[in-house]
Design a protein around this ligand. Sequence first.
Ligand SMILES: Nc1ncnc2c1ncn2[C@@H]1O[C@H](C[S@+](CC[C@H]([NH3+])C(=O)[O-])CC(=O)[O-])[C@@H](O)[C@H]1O
Length: 339
Amino acid sequence: MILGLLAVSRRPVFLFSNMNAYNLFFQRLKDNLPEELVSKVRQKSDAVFSAPSHGDFDRWLEAVEDMPDIRPESVDFSGDFAAANAKIAAEEQLKISRSLKQLHPWRKGPFDIFGVHIDAEWKSSLKWERIKDKISSLSGRKVLDVGSGNGYYGYRMLAGGAELVLGLDPTLLFVAQFLALNKYFDSSRNFVLPLGIDDFPKDSEAFDTVFSMGVLYHRRDALEHLNSLAGHLRKGGEVVLETLIIDSREDVIFAPKGRYAKMRNVWNLASPSVIMRWLENAGLKNVSMIDKTPTTSKEQRKTDWMSFESLDDFLDPQDKTKTIEGHQAPIRAAFTASK
Ligand SMILES: Nc1ncnc2c1ncn2[C@@H]1O[C@H](C[S@+](CC[C@H]([NH3+])C(=O)[O-])CC(=O)[O-])[C@@H](O)[C@H]1O
């Protein structure tokens, strides 16, 4: 039925149950950010939603619309599970669970939707716990989250007091997951737009905090990425950068030949001293490393919600300190820097 509707008159109701939140979110952006920026972003975002580049997007959207309309009694983003709470019938839970499973693989979480626990591949709560008290308070802040995935951190940022969180992610499956979650969270303060950082107008100088977590090593030109993050900060604002590192006291840059931990698109890994200099070269100051943690299978693992290979399959079975290709096993670090 919805597919039929999509085929005949795809828009302007392109986000169905999320349309209200989407419009309100843009209204909030207008109240907070330069109007020219907001109208450009709206145009680009509408264009992607109107003609999505992934053939499955309408099927995913249909799964979202198939989930029963239930109003949560409360939502809570302050705990490990970003949660929508209400007592609902087992049958309704099953419907929700079935629809959400159509959006497999769930990389980031966990979420609790009326008792349906989305146990994602990553326990993203662990990373958030490691950094949340070491960054500037998010209270009242306008945040840009580059590579937001399904918006898990955006909801946690709202619990940290953020005024609004604009998430950018070009992977439409993660955007569809966000739309599914937000059908119940119904947030017009955190929204994931289907855009990459390169689709976003440059040098907005409009945000108080800019996050880039898990993106730097996927960029061919690391310095260009850091420059572009800095360009979106107002004076005095803060960049929070989280990335894979090479764990060395020396200045090291490693460009893996072929794959790294089975990932194809890892261009550069660097040691903390290099990353900190890159941040300074992007015009940022007060650069500091706030966390360094090896990734373990407590944090990244196969679950019922992500049945493909995970960390254990990416490491050398005889020596867990090495990737399957013989490189240093994943260690991640987080940095803050101000403008
Ligand atoms: N050009 C781009 N612009 C914006 N996003 C991009 C781009 N290219 C890829 N992405 C997105 O960046 C995210 C990288 S994951 C980190 C998620 C979250 N931040 C986390 O910290 O868990 C990596 C990880 O698992 O750590 C994916 O959602 C991509 O679609």
